[in-house]
Design a protein around this ligand. Sequence first.
Ligand code: AHR
Length: 828
Amino acid sequence: MTLNRTIRYAAAATLAAAAIIPQATAAVTNTVDSAYLFTYALPEGKSGLRLAWSLDGTEWKGIGDPKPIDVVKSDFGSWGSHKKMFDPHLTRTANGWMLSWYVSDKRETVAVATSPDLVKWSPQRYAPVGKASQFGTSPANTANYNAITIDGKEYAGETRKVGKDFLESLLRHESEQKRKTAEEDERVTQDPERFAGITGLNITARRNDKPALPVSPNLFGIFFEDINYSADGGLYAELIQNRDFEYSPSDCGKEGWGPTYAWTLSSPKDNSTIDIQTSDPIHPNNSHYVKIHSEKAPQTLSNTGFDGISLKQGEDYNLSFYVRLDGNKKRRFTVSLGNDDAIAEKVAVNVKPGEWHKIDLRLHCNRDMTDGRLNIEIPANTSCALDMISLFPADTYKNRRNGLRRDLAEALDSLHPRFVRFPGGCVAHGDGIDNIYDWKGSIGPLESRRPLRNLWGYHQTRGLGYHEYFEFCEDMGATPLPVLAAGVPCQNSGRAWCGSHDEHTTLGQQDGIPEEMMDQYIQDILDLIEYANGPVTSEWGAKRAANGHPEPFNLKYLGIGNEDMITEVFETRFRQIYDAVTKAHPEIIVVGTVGPFYEGTDYDEGWRIADELNIPIVDEHYYVSPGWLINNRDYYDNYRRGATKVYLGEYASHVPGRKNNMETALSIALYLTDVERNSDVVEMTSFAPLLAKKNHTQWRPDMIYFDNESLTLTPDYYVQQIFSCNQGDRYIPLDLEISSDKEDVKRRVALSAMEDTKTGAIIVKAVNMTPVNLTVDQPLIPADSECELYILSGEREDENPVYQKETRRAGGILHLAPYSMIVLKSKI
Ligand code: AHR
């Protein structure tokens, strides 16, 4: 299987080698039998393993120069620059090479990886220094390093002799890497040069005699993760920030972040007190609450929401809170919505003394405000505790209580997603084992849910939890695709099992759930299936019914793992989970995982496991440049048919500055026409990430940006919508003739056609990512047919292109402006 997938690269490598290598190899082969190889990493752990070579031991050339290549990078620690390599030491083994290094300057943890050729690498293994003797090697004693000079700069590392054949293979790899990098660096800014002398292009398409291929009914879905304030402060319509006083300084390092964040407590001038307490809470999972004792003057508690509370004149709001009033007398509280200048609503509420109880109120707003606050005034001479203070617009998506923000949910609904993957991403497998998203802690009464640190640097109330995700899917007519950790946390975890950074330096970031706890973890997964699909007479089906949904949620797919490092720790746990789920629920389609890239160790290892277990479908992720998408349009053409299928679960086109523009959108559009052609292999896709709140964004680009008032739909959104809303069930094979003999020009245009056999509609999509006009001569929709048209057009790096949807007569020869795409759906 791996061979089938990588054969295209092998062929390209051979061609590239033939074209580029000769000078370098000739220099080696003709003069020597062996050469010198130097291995090193940059000081302070700032690179992976790098190589340099020399014929005489004095003149050195770095592999990859002028952009040195890391032949292997340390994968230990949290994102990017935290992954470090110190004191690398390379030894020969019977099968190739073994590399050992320290993962931090504390030199407490040793890492090892093996390689047959210094190109492909095994999964990495880590151990504290005291236990690293099992590896049979150790990082370098740097006193033994020697120094060499590359391009005038001195480096310390190890030198050894290698055969000329081995050096030649490294140089071929270098050449192949350079070719790939040049392709990845392709940008639309180079177009004037690339298209010089070309004034127009045309495609002639003819239907060939190959049979029409079935199109996956689930090709376009969405991936929802609570990143960029997508849930609390975003899709989840709750307007009160930190409603449960559970924000914790350990969530993030932000100043003032803790139980009182977003709250203002009036400063008493007498002996009144106001503080956070934890004894006798409403529920142990929600232990913090505010305790207020007023003496001569009333005291006011205010919440500023997420960047202010957005209030709309004429709208109703549902306010609720829990109160425990001391003493034996009723008290009259005052609740208001307003800002410094005006009050939008004010009501009085009688509170009875005694244990925790809930108060529900309907508020009506008499003016618009973007900077509203909720104020609760406690009268003088009162002692009370308050918690779970919540304010929702009455007008939510599908009018659900505890519901979703209507405009955002409707924007997602209008993508017509066939499935929703949730709750992440990294949020699903968490930052350390204790941060894995436990689905059971996200259902049931809101006050009983277990809040969770969000690894993107904030807090999850989980008011939007598994039950609400299932309901959201149902409301949109989408299939739920929950993703659960494969018994290991995020490969970029900065915190380990105990949540301590110190322990992390010796434990490794992708530790596994201890063996003795795996049975319970697996049971939790089986319980999720029962919660979703079990009868109301079953334990978890009954809980679903108690939560307001006696009907099953029709769960079909279950993701296990999210782009994890495919290590031994992962594999053992994944296999345990996979066996248990497939045995107990053969009807459930398990979605496996193959790492965070389109190639490399995790990809190879993930696919090996998929092949061995015959996993029905695996989740591929790749965030790549437009150049990669343009130059890899045949990526899935060589995948083996009839075996494990692909869910392209996270992807996006990334340009420097991480913008969403016509360059990102059209490069994806081109690629998606190829995905459609390969939908017998690629069954599902979802762009990532989906939502981002302005000023709270940890990751770009995203599909939709929003603030409290409005949404910005990006060019990437329109491309997703165009594709998702224009699917058929039969892919029509076409022979295309493109009026250019330049491959890099041909790759910038695309055409794909489908039929919807239920309605008889024909759908033709054409993409023009060039600076010239494109005409498409297509035989499928005759001229002057009544059609629905979708057109996206703009400048090459336009962030605000024109999106038109219209119904008119069209067909026959299509005309596409520079940098545009068009979809025609014939009306029947
Ligand atoms: O989509 C953002 C992040 O990218 C996801 O959480 C993770 O799976 C991937 O690395």
